[in-house]
Design a protein around this ligand. Structure first.
Ligand code: G3H
Length: 542
């Protein structure tokens, strides 16, 4: 199944989509949520094309239309932002002052409603971004688990702060408090999970939110609108459907955004941060580009290495920020490595996302297959070749993975984050060359090291942990488990996201302090006993 005609046959013809995996009907979203109200949009709308194509009677293939959503502008983004500002009300709003136990109850209500929409949301993830059904289900379930874990973490955080501390004659109570209005934007590859990785902790810490869904992966939030509206007080979540380039710089230029939560590109993040009139006031929580390398040492277990590299490079078609995007293999085993990895690529199932066991599925648009082709042509023109048979063949959005060797400095594939089914391989003689690649990279998220010699691995880990934020030994790069810190250096991230770290990222410690005198003690006792403050209290959330 490696040439264009064969790939075309993998798309369904009319009436060949299994009925259980069809969308019940296209989703033509016209309402949006602002200040606790659903408003109806009567203006221009954008048609949503699925990565999944259908074979036509005339032999062509066409991306299927699965719905549409509003194309709003600055007036609507102003309204969404003003609603979030008003709900925050300079920290005096219902949500930022609400006791944490009540906020938790709202979030639990939201999760209950979300779980009821599982099937529809999973189906929309699959149809909007072409993620396999199994991975779409995994994304949904992992997100629910993340919310549940975050609720537990916020409970613990609050309970640990429910006491007074005394130091140097000063009584203090220290709690984490919200930052203000958060603009949340997630990526298309994990539209639900990565959006909620910032949105949920931001909400639980008492911030209000403007939420802009990603360009691909918009409709899947539609089944959650009712829950957004009913689970939280008015204006806590406000949505905007608009081209990012039009409304996002505009919202930042207003100076009303306190936190920019973006999982996207470093170029966009750099531009956006500069728009804020007082840049020191803007907090940024960013998950950005990455070009994670795998370093394969001469004594690596090749069977394990190939298995992990394949998963690392090609899970969800290589569209993971944590994907292995450059394989650096010791020259003594590069031929055997190439032989084995091309064989393993040849065994991957390519097809439609609902097919059991499928690995390679359609990319989000024709521009992505065009980019893959461009990157391969560039590498070929500069001396590399596609090693696997049929690598780089494509039909519309379906792209057959290509193992490209030898990749070297000057080729797009050497430095650019391909974010697709391309597997660049280079060989090295001295491990210093592999280290130099990581050091000279603009990215600093993770690396994988494959080998078994404790002396060599030990010596390699020490410089690598100061270049990236996670060194994976004999396994692919990945984000999880979600309680571990997910961070990056250089152009790869700002801030750390994990269940616990995200709660910190969206809050700041604030404290109440008084001299350690009988009068202060009486005052604080009275406030606590009579529940005069949500902040000064020693209550325990069970
Ligand atoms: O795209 C970036 C994701 O956070 C990667 O997550 O390693 O669990 O696939 P993952």
């Amino acid at each position: 199944m490696t040439d264009t005609e064969n790939l075309k046959q993998l798309f369904p013809g009319a009436n060949e989509i299994p009925p259980e995996h069809r969308l019940a009907s296209p989703v033509h979203q016209r309402t949006y949520l602002v200040g606790g109200e659903f408003r109806t949009w009567g203006g221009e709308c954008k048609t949503v094309l699925s990565p999944i194509c259908e074979r036509q009677a005339d032999g062509s293939v066409r991306q299927l239309e699965i719905g549409s959503y509003p194309v709003m502008g600055e007036a609507e983004s102003d309204a969404a932002l003003d609603a979030a500002v008003s709900a925050y009300d300079n920290g005096r709003g219902e949500w930022p002052t609400m006791p944490v136990a009540k906020r938790i109850a709202c979030m639990q209500d939201f999760v209950r409603q979300m779980v009821a929409q599982r099937q529809e949301i999973v189906n929309l993830i699959m149809w909007e971004i072409g993620k396999s059904l199994a991975d779409s289900q995994k994304e949904f379930d992992r997100t629910v688990e993340y919310i549940v874990a975050t609720i537990e973490a916020v409970r613990t955080l609050d309970n640990n702060a429910s006491r007074f501390e005394i130091a140097e004659g000063t009584i203090g109570q220290i709690r984490r408090t919200p930052l203000g209005v958060v603009l949340c934007m997630g990526p298309y590859n994990y539209p639900l999970n990565e959006t909620f990785a910032t949105l949920i902790p931001a909400l639980l810490m008492g911030n209000t939110v403007v939420f802009k869904p990603p360009q691909y992966g918009t409709l899947l939030f539609w089944p959650l609108m009712q829950a957004f509206c009913s689970a939280f007080p008015r204006g806590v979540i406000n949505t905007i459907y608009a081209p990012g380039a039009v409304v996002v710089p505009h919202m930042l230029a207003s100076g009303k955004i306190d936190v920019l939560a973006l999982i996207g590109s470093s170029k966009v993040a750099d531009h956006l941060k500069k728009q804020h009139p007082k840049s020191h006031r803007l907090r940024a929580v960013l998950g950005l580009d990455a070009k994670n390398a795998a370093i394969v040492l001469p004594d690596a277990d090749l069977e394990l290495t190939v298995r992990e590299c394949l998963l690392g490079a090609l899970s969800f078609n290589g569209q993971r920020c944590t994907a292995l995007k450059m394989l650096i293999v010791h020259r003594s085993l590069v031929d055997e490595f190439l032989h084995r990895i091309t064989k393993a690529v040849g065994q991957l199932k390519i097809g439609m996302p609902w097919e059991p066991g499928v690995s390679i599925t359609p990319l989000p648009g024709l521009h992505r297959t065009a980019y893959m082709t461009e990157a391969i042509e560039d590498a070929k023109a500069k001396g590399a070749r596609v090693v696997n048979q049929g690598g780089g063949a494509y039909c519309a959005t379906l792209y057959y993975p290509a193992v490209v060797y030898p990749v070297k400095e000057g080729m797009k594939l050497y430095r650019e984050e391909q974010f697709g089914p391309l597997v660049p391989v280079m060989a090295y003689e001295d491990v210093e060359e592999a280290l130099a690649y990581v050091i000279s990279s603009d990215h600093g998220q993770q690396v994988s090291v494959f080998g078994s010699d404790p002396v060599q691995i030990g010596a390699l880990v020490d410089p690598l942990v100061n270049q990236v934020c996670r060194v994976n030994l004999n396994c692919q790069c990945q984000r999880g488990p979600d309680v571990f810190p997910f961070a990056g250096r250089k152009d790869s991230a700002e801030g750390t996201l994990s269940v616990n770290d995200a709660l910190r990222a969206f809050s700041i410690r604030s404290m109440v302090a008084a001299r350690q005198t009988p009068a202060s003690k009486r005052l604080l006792d009275d406030i606590v006993r009579d529940h005069r403050s949500n902040f000064i209290n020693t209550g325990f959330i069970l």
